[in-house]
Design a protein around this ligand. Structure first.
Ligand code: URA
Ligand code: SF4
Length: 190
């Protein structure tokens, strides 16, 4: 019997060979995941950036380091989370993924969700939000911190950490304050 890790590794090999969209042409590495395959919380970001493409690890650049710093401060442990993105290959100039790219790559993300089977999915930023909650009027500013129950799973949107790079205040109501508050709320679910 294959366990979850075996199945995820098999999926990763499939992604390494994927040519379903043109982003395969310029990638140095696919960026599949980081964290624990049995984690109760799964973070879903947008797409790999330069550092991620170079290392194959999600959220390892400036924004990622900020996310990890907040997770550590709030008391998350490595085994609490699994991290992935809506698409696995870096878009040129860090542009947003297109609908076609997201659709092409969605089967891999869906399989990751099914295998990891987290209690809570954290939608990191507007791209991840739009991939799961189909409400054009719902901006990330409105959606963040709300809990959406879909198929017996909680989905919680949060700001993307790249947004926080521009705002340093931790004052009540500031982006960083709200980000930390949302991470605390999410941690309370496990
Ligand atoms: N931003 C994302 O959305 N994902 C990453 O992996 C890195 C930066
Ligand atoms: Fe395949 Fe996804 Fe990479 Fe496109 S972004 S080539 S669909 S793995």
């Amino acid at each position: 019997m294959q366990n979850t890790l075996d199945k995820l590794n098999e999926l990763k090999i499939q992604v390494q060979n994927c040519k379903k969209c043109s982003l395969c042409e310029k990638r140095n590495n696919i960026v599949f995941s980081d964290g624990c395959e049995n984690a109760p919380i799964m973070f879903i970001g947008e797409a790999p950036g330069k550092n991620e493409d170079e290392t194959g690890i999600p959220f390892i650049g400036r924004a990622g380091q900020l996310l990890r710093k907040f997770l550590f401060e709030v008391g998350y442990k490595q085994e609490d989370f699994y991290i992935a993105n809506t698409i696995k290959c870096r878009p040129p100039e860090n542009r947003k993924p297109t609908k076609e790219e997201k659709n092409a790559c969605f089967e891999y993300l869906k399989a990751q969700i099914e295998l990891v089977n987290p209690k809570v999915i954290v939608l990191v930023g507007s791209t991840a939000l739009e991939s799961f909650i189909f409400d054009k009027k719902l901006t990330i500013t409105k959606a963040r911190g709300q809990v959406f129950e879909i198929d017996n799973r909680k989905f919680v949107p949060i700001f993307h950490p790249s947004y926080l790079l521009r705002y340093h205040s931790m004052d009540e109501g500031s982006p960083r304050y709200l980000f930390k508050k949302d991470l605390e709320l999410i941690k309370g679910f496990i």
